[in-house]
Design a protein around this ligand. Sequence first.
Ligand SMILES: [Zn+2]
Length: 380
Amino acid sequence: MPKATTASIKAQNLHAVTAHIYTHHGVTKQDLQQTLGLSLPTISQNLRALEQSGLIAKGQTLDSTGGRRARTYVFQPQTRCAIGVGTASNQVTLCAVDLKGNVIAEEHHDITFSANPKSIANIGQKISRFAASLEGKGSHVLGAAFAIKGLISEDGSEVIYGNIMNDTGLELTALEKATGLKCALIHDSMASASAELWFDKSIHDAICLYLGRRPGGAIIVDGSISLGPNRRNGTIEHMTLVPGGLPCYCGNKGCMDPYCSTEFLTGDDKDTGKQSLDTFFASVRAGDEKTGARFDSWLGYLAQTINNVRNVLACDIIIGGAVTQYLTAEDFARLKTKCDSLNTFQSDTYQIRKSICGQEQEIVGAALHYIDPYVSSICE
Ligand SMILES: [Zn+2]
């Protein structure tokens, strides 16, 4: 075991104090003394350093039954943030995410995202203005991470498959130049799964299916996202469901994508998602036969997908994406019944559940690319 140096003990103490204040709201010196077993002078010294860095601030004083009233210290999550960038065909969404994973600012811009230099310059300008406004409010921007509807090169420097957004060949260096920030490219399903893990620390193994206009998947093994040697694990959307079936944007026929996308439900191939889904599900809930049959068919294809992937990795299924806000507990029960009827192993027990994350999951998840390691660096 390496010998602990004075510097390493000091760093350990600072991290322990930070971690305790990060995970508990309103902590006193006495709390820290009792929990961490540190001396009061050491605690005071660390609190001063953390206050100077802006990571903590003095909170309320607690009522006392005698002697001096105890001062509390609270973590300041907004002192650092990261920008998550979400891309749709005609809109770019920017979310600033703080050190607790909260969205503290959000902007929507009606601009096209592509690998085109003009498009990059335009987006870069919006992001650098957004970053400047955050810095102006005292929130230092750690970086900007793009949730990409495509595959990223092994070294993370380039979009190597961007048929959906026409961003194949988009380079990280071009985005860094245009934004003036440290940038990262993250496959959107991986970004969503990062949010899954951040907000639910109990996930051990799971297959995540994100069902929107363009479905995607991600695999979580041992509490981490399994990227695979080429960052291509979990591309369930291109698994063949119906040989020779409906054409997929990838060029093949019968992929899961055209059968489990929201377009299958709404018949709408434009990016008008929400409005069409509102109408579709209102019709299903009103008892309309045609839309009801369409929905049932969609659930059937989804059950087929789940059965197929669970024959490779027999774990729980988490379903997220735009469609989940419309799905009821009864819909999940119907889906489970369909899966059970396809399952070879009748004694199999597992869950299919809704993601606990919100609508902008992949954007928040992308920002966590900077937040997660930063929090680890100050707390561990
Ligand atoms: Zn495909």
